[in-house]
Design a protein around this ligand. Structure first.
Ligand SMILES: N[C@@H](CCC(=O)N[C@@H](CS)C(=O)NCC(=O)O)C(=O)O
Length: 199
């Protein structure tokens, strides 16, 4: 049985989303009470962060890398068949981690996660300025398209949408990017993602 480690509001939900889409059985350890710093978990992920995944002999961390592994191993269409599309999936995944996540996370921290009296709107605005051309880039790539790679839903959609989903609840103005907004609303609105965050 696969074990996914990490709480419902952590990045583990990215991987639960992929597992739910793949229809693979798994158990979830929510790591309550600071479980991510406990010695038994540090054997699974010495970095002391969530998520981690244990699938037989495979023990790994990094949410988006876990998703690539799962999509390839338990492929039900999430992992594209052509080499060109597989390359595009990897490109989008690295893009999400390097180009989108730092700014999206800063905005979420400063507008959502921190207690109200500790939030720094100037930092959030600065991050939003950084994110804008990147949102425009995704928008341009989705013109007339339902999905990021090939003609069907793939792990690229999950890996990019799970990073950008927070923009929908952190007052980021998505109106200049109608194709991105349409795609993000549809993709992050999938039942498998809702289930991932509800347990
Ligand atoms: N790049 C990592 C980030 C992992 C990460 O920072 N996870 C957070 C939870 S969402 C965590 O474990 N934070 C606790 C800590 O840093 O001590 C990934 O995508 O898996």
């Amino acid at each position: 049985m696969i074990t996914l480690y990490g709480g419902l509001r952590s990045r583990a939900s990215r991987c639960a989303w992929a597992l739910n889409e793949l229809g693979v059985d798994y158990q979830r350890d929510l790591l309550p009470d600071g479980g991510h710093k406990k010695p038994e978990y540090l054997k699974i992920n010495p970095a002391g962060k969530a998520p981690a995944l244990k699938d037989g002999d495979v023990v790994m961390s990094e949410s988006l890398a876990i998703n690539l592994y799962l999509a390839r191993k338990y492929d039900n269409g999430l992992w594209p068949s052509s080499e060109a599309d597989q390359a595009a999936v990897q490109q989008w995944t690295i893009w999400a981690a390097c180009e989108a996540e730092p700014s999206a996370l800063t905005i979420a921290v400063e507008r959502f996660f921190k207690p109200e009296d500790q939030r720094d709107e100037a930092k959030a605005k600065e991050a939003e300025e950084t994110l804008k051309p990147r949102l425009a880039y995704v928008d341009s790539q989705l013109k007339g398209k339902k999905h990021l790679v090939g003609g069907s839903f793939s792990i690229a959609d999950i890996n990019v949408a799970c990073v950008l989903a927070s923009t929908m609840i952190t007052n980021v103005d998505l109106s200049p990017y109608p194709d991105l907004k349409r795609w993000l609303t549809e993709t992050a609105g999938r039942a498998a993602y809702t289930k991932a965050r509800e347990g």
